[in-house]
Design a protein around this ligand. Structure first.
Ligand code: NAP
Length: 393
């Protein structure tokens, strides 16, 4: 009988195919095909380098197996298999029986705000992975609008018409855009992921269209392609992706949204969804939104028209007046945030620059501790309840 091993796997239902894990694996153990991203049990040395870089926690899956799942079988999966019953004795050596060294590595990889995500209990069921690398959807550009006045900070609002193709999307989900052409090895480019910034019933209500919020990056292959798109152009799209960064349907849920730059995309979709449905008769929404200046803050103009009763706004600037980051304003709004953190109806969403995660986590720690609570424990409860969501890149 083979000795049971702990096999590292990826949950295909939650993975958003950003391929960050594949790019960060030092031993080349992670690969993909048109459908799934998979881990080779023969070459994975359980170094955990891929764990903290995964934006969804879909990579944090482990099964104790007598015979590892092959790459071929992982490519076939639409969902992760349950832990097999290995029998009484083997089960005792099972998931809990991580050896100390591996447990320590994993604990280290779990530090910070990352970790395995769960969808809100009342969220609608998302459709995922309808279109993939081998079978992308072809969308038509309906519009490309500049969102920022800062000439050095070009952020675009791109509207894609999905035509007659079914493309069910929920707020908080992402899509992939495949840039045309091939890489230096002659292989087609991998899709780049963008959060959708429109609500489920379309950028324009009841139209089969979606919007993206994309910043032009210096030498960015896909961002320049997308930012240069013109009305009528065809674009290859994959997705939808993401099964956890979703908004609760519960109207009483209170949304605490923290974002930087283009990380505002899902927050826009949440706000529009509530604006078009329950409006101000909801638990309320609060946003902490960081940008360099008003001129580089995406949707600055439209945001000024959103009523405070629907969305309480804290727009903070790092290069306009006194330097301020979102975490500074969270601390300054101590009473408000403390009350929100204590409310079991509160859902937290963090999206944008990876660097902000640590600062926001520290601000929450300070606020929780001054109320006699431990933030790490509160965060674990929120995450387990599907009320804590992070997507940072
Ligand atoms: P940006 O303009 O470069 O930065 C936005 C603001 O964040 C600036 O005021 C910046 O300040 C500030 N900032 C920098 N470091 C920070 C830190 N450690 N803590 C708090 N604030 C900090 O942003 P951007 O270029 O739009 O980039 C947004 C990021 O979000 C990109 O990395 C993008 O990939 C990511 N994104 C993720 C998703 C997603 O996860 N689904 C969706 C959209 C975008 P200074 O520059 O003045 O220091």
């Amino acid at each position: 009988m083979n000795k049971p091993i702990k096999q590292h796997l990826i949950d295909p239902e939650i993975c958003i195919r950003c391929y960050t894990c594949e790019m960060s694996c030092p031993v080349g153990a992670i690969e993909h095909n048109d459908d799934n991203v998979v881990i080779n049990a023969d070459s994975c040395d359980l170094c955990m380098a891929c764990i903290p870089v995964c934006p969804t926690g879909s990579i944090d899956e482990w099964r104790v197996v007598n015979k590892p799942y092959s790459l071929e079988s992982q490519y076939e999966w639409e969902e992760l298999p349950e832990q097999e019953d290995l029998g009484q004795d083997e089960a005792a050596t099972g998931l809990e029986a991580l050896d100390d060294a591996m447990a320590a590595l994993l604990a280290d990889a779990h530090k910070g705000a990352g970790g395995k995500a769960k969808a809100p209990a009342s969220a609608a069921k998302p459709t995922i992975n309808m279109y993939n690398l081998g079978h992308p959807a072809t969308a038509t550009v309906q519009g490309n609008f500049k969102l920022t006045d800062d000439p050095k900070h070009d952020v675009r609002h791109i509207i894609l018409d999905m035509g007659s193709l079914p493309f069910p999307i929920l707020e908080g989900q992402s899509v992939g855009v495949i840039p045309p052409g091939t890489d230096t090895e002659g292989k087609p480019h991998l899709p780049r992921l963008y959060s959708v910034s429109s609500p489920r019933d379309g950028e324009r209500p009841n139209f089969n269209n979606i919007s993206l919020t994309v910043k032009r990056e210096d030498n960015g292959l896909c961002s320049n392609y997308v930012c240069n798109l013109e009305k009528g152009d065809s674009v290859q799209v994959t997705g939808p992706f993401g099964a956890t960064f979703l908004m609760p349907s519960d109207p009483d849920a209170r949304l605490l949204m923290i974002c930087t730059g283009t990380g505002a995309a899902p927050m826009r979709s949440f706000t529009m969804r509530r604006q078009r449905t329950i409006g101000e008769n909801s638990g309320g929404m609060t946003i902490f939104f960081g940008a360099r200046s008003p001129e580089s803050l995406p949707y600055f103009g439209p945001l000024s028209k959103v009523p405070p009763a629907l969305l309480e706004q804290h727009l903070v600037y790092s290069r306009h007046g006194e330097k301020e980051y979102v975490q500074d304003r969270i601390l300054a709004e101590y009473e408000k945030v403390s009350e929100l953190l204590a409310d079991p109806k509160t859902h937290i969403y963090i999206c944008g620059l990876r660097g902000m995660e640590e600062g926001v986590d520290r601000a929450f720690s300070t606020i929780a501790e001054s109320g006699g609570e431990q933030w790490a424990a509160m965060r674990d409860v929120m995450r387990e309840d599907g009320r804590y969501h992070v997507e940072t890149y």
